[in-house]
Design a protein. Structure first.
Length: 224
């Protein structure tokens, strides 16, 4: 969101899946579209109902089916030529999130010409070694909370949108040590988000040095 507003960048959400419950797939897509419209993100589908069985188990047990999904993602990356890709880290607990991680990495390996920044994210599972903490303003946190609330069916079963401010505060507590170093001084901001920033080129990932990104610094400066 900061890249969209400060870059300004064209940010596109790729709906890799639309959930495993077929009766909810169309509704989930509409909820995602409403959330993206609220924030200002574009939206791309991988398939009319999203990809199915995007899990590590599928990657291991059905390589032919997995290879077809890799080509879908590779095609999107080639067409869009992203400067940066945001995707879940490999220990994000949720099987589909982990599957998306491997799907993106396999698609990158399948297209040697790609050169872009990588930004690993966390949601369900905390990453053990983030190298970037960004500050989020009160306005940014409020807008993220509002956008997440449009995922009506999901937050009915688990109202995690209401806990976003507390989550962002705890990120600052964790990030002060995980990114800033053990015993280091905490940054002077209230809300933050943790990432792992790197660069993909020549068929491999190169990870960046730990850093904080305060609101006073344009988010696009991370990707020079």
């Amino acid at each position: 969101m900061r890249l969209l507003r400060e870059g300004p960048w064209n940010v596109i959400d790729v709906a890799v899946t639309q959930g495993s419950k077929k009766e909810r797939q169309a509704e989930r897509l509409q909820e995602l579209k409403t959330a993206c419209d609220f924030i200002g993100f574009g939206l791309i589908q991988t398939a009319p109902a999203g990809l199915e069985k995007v899990t590590p188990a599928t990657r291991q047990k059905d390589p032919a089916y997995w290879a077809g999904m890799v080509q879908v993602v590779r095609k999107i990356l080639v067409e869009q030529k992203p400067k940066a890709i945001f995707f879940p880290h490999v220990l994000d607990w949720n099987g589909t999130h982990i599957g998306v991680h491997f799907l993106v990495m396999d698609a990158l390996r399948a297209e040697p010409s790609l050169d872009c920044f990588l930004v690993e994210t966390e949601f369900w599972g905390q990453m053990p070694s983030p190298n970037l903490m960004i500050e989020l303003s009160e306005e940014n946190v409020a807008d993220l909370t509002a956008a997440t609330s449009f995922h009506v069916g999901e937050v009915k079963r688990n109202p995690y949108h209401l806990l976003i401010p507390a989550w962002m505060q705890d990120n600052v507590r964790r990030g002060a040590e995980l990114v800033g170093g053990q015993g280091g001084a905490a940054p002077q901001f209230m809300f933050g988000q943790l990432f792992r920033l790197g660069r993909w080129r020549n068929g491999a990932a190169e990870w960046s040095k730990p850093q904080f990104l305060p609101s006073s610094q344009n988010a696009a400066s991370l990707f020079q």
